[in-house]
Design a protein around this ligand. Structure first.
Ligand code: NAD
Length: 507
């Protein structure tokens, strides 16, 4: 299946596609067979400075920020149309770069089409100026809240959902009149490059969007400390998120971080067994577990546990791994050799902690699956005999690894305690045939999204984000728009009068 990949130059700075002055490039790999897909330009601090300067100039001097929301929202609607038009190519690029199945990539594009459509409507509400009356506002005063863009926004994204994570930031940032600098993951930059070409095709002003393809270490310090940057929105791992919060603190930038998760999936014995097996397998093994909200911790009621775990193991062994472009593949490889090495070290950790590996725990056997031998594949893995003190239960592995914890029948309190026993708080599931119980447990979970009797769905209209160390902000929904908006209070006195505070001789 041939597709033309974005070609160099891949840096968009001040409205022009350019290469790095250093001439540096970086290869990007197809995780399905470890071949080099293409090379992209590697920006450095000088290119980051240039992108910031251009974005600042554009934001301060053009009429982009003062236009009506309706004008900008028309561009968002156009972008939604283009996403559908370019879907076949964009989906293939995403699959080639990330390894996810083509079906998953297509779903991501449909989802972000909805995100653009949603913010094209949602941002129109900001044209409404809220009038404040009564209270301590005198009759002679017109007091209003108006909305303005934050300014120059740096958008930093991870490799697991490149288009999706970028568009969750991009759509609200552009709808509200900000100037953006995009820094995609160096592991999977291709769909972001393609998407930036689409933004220009949609008619966004060239300087409203700057693109830096680069490693985090190359441009991150400049992007997060420069005084001309007003906001940094980051999605990625906890360690990087902490670094970004620290870096942005010095200049008191607005900084939102969306980080990892170690998400519980609580299953009660009153579920239909076959249905519960399907739910648990889907929750954890989609995209080979490289999902921030994956249901990586099974917390199961004792009386169903053995049967459920046996069923999950059986199903895990049947998952068809393969190249994401092959329509028969149900899940793809891990994203890189480095990430697979990390997953393998987690398996060693689990063993050393005394947990029991029921299935997987290795790469596919190259004799049995020669077609997988070159890629970064790793078998779906179920680990039993876990307890809350184990690091394999506490740390985000970000791979196809399910840990199993049990609670005594009817002991809802323990189920909730186990589910909440994590430094993260991104997402979780409650599966039960008893609706009242499911609702009761769901309300006690300290996680940003809780699915009841399902797992994994989201919608552009509802906020997404985490409690605890899963992050400090929200994307999607109306709060996802607020992240990119400054509110200004205008207090206008219609009948100016002496204030009588200082009583100098002349008064
Ligand atoms: P990562 O933290 O390694 O990298 C994320 C981005 O940060 C990349 O673009 C990287 O180049 C950049 N970066 C690295 N160092 C930087 C620095 N010093 N300054 C500025 N930028 C820097 O994360 P990853 O491995 O790409 O992604 C996986 C992580 O993302 C997982 O922890 C996952 O849970 C999380 N994630 C969270 C969500 C969510 O919605 N909460 C969604 C997707 C992924």
């Amino acid at each position: 299946m041939s597709v033309s990949l974005p070609s160099r130059p891949t840096l968009l700075i001040d409205g022009k596609w350019i290469s790095a002055a250093s001439g540096d490039t970086r290869p990007t790999y197809n995780p399905a067979d470890a071949t080099v897909l293409t090379n992209v330009d590697e920006a450095g601090p000088a290119e980051a400075e240039a992108a910031i300067a251009s974005a600042r100039r554009f934001f301060d001097t053009s009429d982009w920020r003062t236009q009506s929301h309706a004008t900008r929202c028309a561009l968002l609607e156009r972008m939604a149309e283009l996403l559908q038009k370019h879907k076949p190519t964009l989906a293939k690029i995403e699959t080639l770069d990330t390894g996810k199945t083509l079906g998953e990539s297509e779903i991501d594009i449909d989802d972000v089409t909805n995100v653009f459509k949603f913010y094209a409507k949602e941002a129109l509400k900001l044209d409404h100026e809220k009038r404040i009356t009564g209270g301590s506002v005198p009759d002679s005063v017109v007091s209003r809240i108006i909305h303005e863009p934050v300014g120059v926004c740096v958008l930093i994204t991870p490799w697991n959902y490149p288009i999706l994570q970028l568009c969750w930031k991009l759509a609200p940032a552009l709808a509200t009149g900000n100037a953006v600098i995009i820094k995609p993951s160096e592991v999977t930059p291709l769909s972001s490059i393609y998407l930036v070409h689409m933004l220009l095709e949609a008619g966004f002003p060239p300087q409203s969007v700057q693109l830096l393809t680069a490693g985090g270490a190359s441009v991150g310090p400049t992007l997060t400390t420069n005084t001309d940057v007003d906001l940094v929105s980051f999605t990625g791992g906890l360690a990087t998120g902490r670094r970004i919060i620290q870096a942005t603190a010095e200049t008191v930038k607005r900084c939102t971080v969306e980080l990892g998760g170690k998400n519980p999936n609580v299953v009660f014995a009153d579920c239909d067994l076959e249905w519960a097996i399907d739910n648990v397998v889907t929750a954890v093994f989609v995209h080979s577990g490289q999902v921030c909200s994956s249901g990586a911790r099974l917390i199961v009621e004792q009386s169903i546990a053995d049967k459920l775990v046996a069923g999950v193991v059986e199903r895990a062994k049947q998952i068809r791994m393969g190249n994401g472009l092959d329509p028969t593949s149900e899940t793809g490889p891990l994203v890189s050799a480095e990430h697979r090495a990390k997953i393998e070290s987690f398996i060693e950790l689990a063993r050393s902690e005394g947990a029991k590996i029921l299935c997987g725990g290795t790469r596919p056997d190259p004799k049995e699956f020669p077609e997988l031998a070159q890629g970064y594949y790793f078998l779906p893995t179920v680990i039993d005999g876990c307890n809350r003190d184990m690091r394999i239960v506490q740390e985000e592995t970000f791979g196809p690894i399910l840990t199993v914890e049990r609670f005594k029948d009817g002991d809802e309190e323990t189920a909730v305690r186990l589910a909440n026993d994590t430094k993260y708080g991104l997402a979780g599931g409650v599966q039960s045939g008893n609706k009242e119980r499911a609702e009761r447990i769901a309300r006690q979970l300290r996680h940003g999204t809780v699915w009841v009797n399902t797992y994994g769905a989201y919608t552009a209209e509802a906020e997404w984000g985490g409690y605890g160390m899963s992050g400090n902000g929200r994307e999607l929904g109306s709060k996802g728009l607020d992240e990119y908006v400054e509110t200004k209070h205008l207090w206008v006195e219609d009948k100016p009068a002496l204030m009588h505070w200082f009583k100098g001789a002349r008064m």
